[in-house]
Every structure is written in C-alpha cells, then in structure tokens.
Design a protein around this ligand. Sequence first.
Ligand SMILES: Cc1cc2nc3c(=O)[nH]c(=O)nc-3n(C[C@H](O)[C@H](O)[C@H](O)COP(=O)(O)OP(=O)(O)OC[C@H]3O[C@@H](n4cnc5c(N)ncnc54)[C@H](O)[C@@H]3O)c2cc1C
Length: 477
Amino acid sequence: MRTDVSPNVLDELREIAGDSHVLTADEDLLTYGFDGTWYDQRPLAVVLPANTAEVSAIHKLATRERLAITPRALGSGLSGGAVPLSGSLILSIVRMNAILEIDETNHVAVVQPGVINADLQSAVEARGLFYPPDPSSYKQSAIGGNVAENAGGARCLKYGVTSNYVQALEIVLPDGAVFRTGGKMVKNVTGYDLRALFTGSEGTLGTITEITLRLIPKPKFSRTAMATFAKIDDAARTVTAVMAAGLIPTSIELLDNLTMQCLEEFSPAGLPLEADAILLFAVDGDHEAALDAESAEIERIARANGAGEIRVAHSQADSDRLWAARRVIAPALARKRPHRLGEDISIPRSAIPEMIARVRTIAARNNVIIPVFGHAGDGNLHPNILCDRRDAEEMKRVREAAREIFETAVDLGGTLSGEHGIGLLKKQFMEMDVGPEALRVMRAIKNALDPLGIMNPGKIFPDPGGVDAFTLPGVTS
Ligand SMILES: Cc1cc2nc3c(=O)[nH]c(=O)nc-3n(C[C@H](O)[C@H](O)[C@H](O)COP(=O)(O)OP(=O)(O)OC[C@H]3O[C@@H](n4cnc5c(N)ncnc54)[C@H](O)[C@@H]3O)c2cc1C
C-alpha cells in the first residue's frame, strides 16, 4: 500500500469530485482525522464525492494507485473506525445527504448515506411513520455510519437495531464496481444475505452509497418513568425481572451514581445523587390503557426489587428532560477527565448484576474511574474508563482495565461490542471473542472482496504488535 499521494493523483481526484471537494490543507486533514474516540491521525487527503459514480471513480483510482480509503460519515464513531491509519484517503459521504423517497405505501425510506439520523426521524414522523434506531448520537451521526456500525440505541430493546431495518443497499466495491442488494419487498431470501454482511462491516468491504430502510407506523403514545435504587444490584435485578415477566418496554436505560454526578455537574437535571443507580423506563404503543397497565406492572416489579422513589414523567417536557440528560452523558464525562475509553460490552441480561460488580472490582484494582451506564434492557453496557492519555502510567492501568472488562464480558457469555463496532479499539481481542474459525471466515470474506486490502485497513482484524487504540502515534501507552 502506498503512503503518499502524488500531485497527479490529487489532480485526478479533483477531476472526479471538483476542485473544492478535495482537501489537503493541514486544518482540513486535522478536522477529518478523528472520530468520537481519543485517536487522531492525518489522512493523505479528503475527498467529498457527490454521487455513486464519483465514489466508484475514486475507488477505481485508489485500486490503480494502491491507495487506502477510509469511508467516513459524521465521525461520531466510538471504536476508531473512521480514523484514517497512515496512508489513507478519507472518503467523506457528507455531501450525499438527500432523502430520496419516503414510500408510504411500502413503508420504506430510500436515503443517501449522509442523511443525519435525526433528520430522517423528523421527516418520516411528519408522515405518521417511524424509524426506531436512535443512537444517542442521532443528531450527529448519519445513516451511512449507522449502517456501517449496525448502530443501536435506547429504543432498540423493543424495536431492534439498524440491521433489522435495512431492506436494500447500494454498494461500491473496492474495485469500483457498483451493485445493489435487496429492495422494497418485505420478504427476500434469495441467496446469501448481503445486506446483513455489509451492515456492520465498518467500511472494510466497500462504500455504502444508498440505503432503503424499513419504516413502521409511529406509536401514538409513550410514557417515561425513572426509578431510583440505593444499590445498583437491585437496579440490575429489576431489569432482568421486568424482562422475565414478559414485558417489552421501549427502553430500559441504566445510569450509575458516577454518571449522574457528572451529568449534574455538567447540566443539572435534578437527578437523585443520593441513589447508587437509576433506571429510565419508556413504554410506547397505541392504547393508553395498555400503557398504563404496563407502566404499573414495571413499577410493581421495580418496588419488589428494592426501588425507592419512582418519578413518572407527567408531561412531554418532563420526559424530554430525562431523555436529554441521558443523551449528554458523553460531554458530561468529558468534564471529569480529558479522555475516556468508552466500552460497549453486550452480555446476557441475567449477567448484568455480576458484570457490574466485576467492573467495580476492576476499577478499584486498577485505580481508574469507570462510570457505568447503558442500554441495560438489552444487556448492552457502556463502562467508560476516564483518563488522561498523556499520562503514560495511567494509560497502562487503563489498558489493563479495558482488557479485564473485555475478558469478563466474554467470560459471562457476552461479546466485545453491542453497537459501536470493533474498529481500532477492540481488534486485538477479536479472536478471544469469536474464535479462530469465525475469524478465518471473516478474513476469507475480506480477502475475497478486497484482495488488495484498500478498504479501511487496520480495522476489525487483530494484528498483534500492529497499530491499535493504544499504540497509535500520539497515544501514550
Ligand atoms: C455522544 C455519542 C453517543 C453515541 N451513542 C450511540 C448509541 O446510542 N448507539 C450506537 O450504536 N452508537 C452510538 N454512538 C457511536 C456512533 O455515533 C455510531 O457508531 C454511529 O453509527 C456512527 O455514525 P457516523 O455517521 O458518525 O459514522 P463515522 O464515525 O463517520 O463512521 C463509522 C464507521 O462507519 C464507516 N462508514 C461511514 N460511512 C460509511 C459508508 N457510507 N460506507 C461504508 N462505511 C462507512 C467508517 O469507515 C467507520 O468505520 C455514539 C457516539 C457519540 C459521540
């Protein structure tokens, strides 16, 4: 793979995308070199194509020149996926941001990959339809990035993750060939499920240039409540008890005391700082009486499992305030320490109490601060290790704590990532999680589709001793 880009190739990129859509100034390379993690690198150049034909031409040029491409949407990723490793071009799809169609008969939306999740939600809701996947970054992440990471969110407990809504994709393969898979039809089992393969492929198999998403009717009513717990164990047990009772709330989110402290310091929302943890519950549906019954049953179970105060949101404004607090956890944590390693482990719900207990032990043993929050209803927790990456000694402890959390998740029958993907952050742990045979299959797929290895190199696949989240230039370890 080349590690430089010649003036002639830059001229060819300008011919493809237009002069003003090829960026090489230092400040531009800086801007496009990082994501939602602490990693940043400089791409060789940034190219912003306007359509599929331009993406294809860029891929062809990169193949001819043996140049690496890192596709990028809005750069909010939390596993380093959009961070270009040395010698990569950034292919930014932000100009491809049109909602092409909302088909109310077939309940689908056809979009370009740069459409912001929140914009799609507003557009479909204006027509009485609903696109459920709602990453907390819904205002700062694009559908292309959501599909490439198979993003989740609070509502995914009831409604499923992004892959449950991807009906069709248009893909530009590494060599520039364009193909479509899927369509507006509901059922489709013709051949291998290529939509599933590309959903969550983290930019390593090709660039996604168009997406057809399944929509559902928008639920008419919703309710939100917050339950406080003197012991986080009781909160964790409540989650499993609610689900075991056969209820399927829209969301069950957990916030521990450290997370609440950070939130209150950042933007006071009246969270109960005397509690060890809170659970936020949401239910939705078309029948108010059914929602009242469901809410009452959740309250009963929470109280039976040790809940103290239960606050029910009596207005949309009350409910919005609680969910707004949940969505600003990232900036709130940033005030505590300059960096954070955000984990995304996913475990069987029954293992939540044990996982939380072990995270607390890991934090104490390694002398690091680890607030825990997450989509507890589906067992997807985000222990965040707060740190300062400039402190070499601290980073050793952070690395050890991260390793122990990954190992614990796998030990408890879980996995490294529930929604943020592997990227750079978790690639060295892949074999421990999926095993050598599954990894061999994944490598075979990668090699078959991208024999030159130009698509987002250095991501997902373990390369012991290679560049990863801790050994990236600029990261102290
Ligand atoms: C505050 C905050 C809250 C978050 N909350 C959640 C959450 O609740 N749930 C959740 O799942 N995630 C969450 N995330 C993580 C992140 O927002 C998601 O992973 C999101 O899907 C990334 O979208 P993006 O547009 O920013 O993609 P980027 O970060 O730009 O890219 C992500 C990956 O997708 C690849 N990619 C991007 N576009 C394409 C394309 N067109 N074709 C092929 N590959 C492509 C990139 O190469 C990269 O590997 C959060 C992040 C932040 C900062």
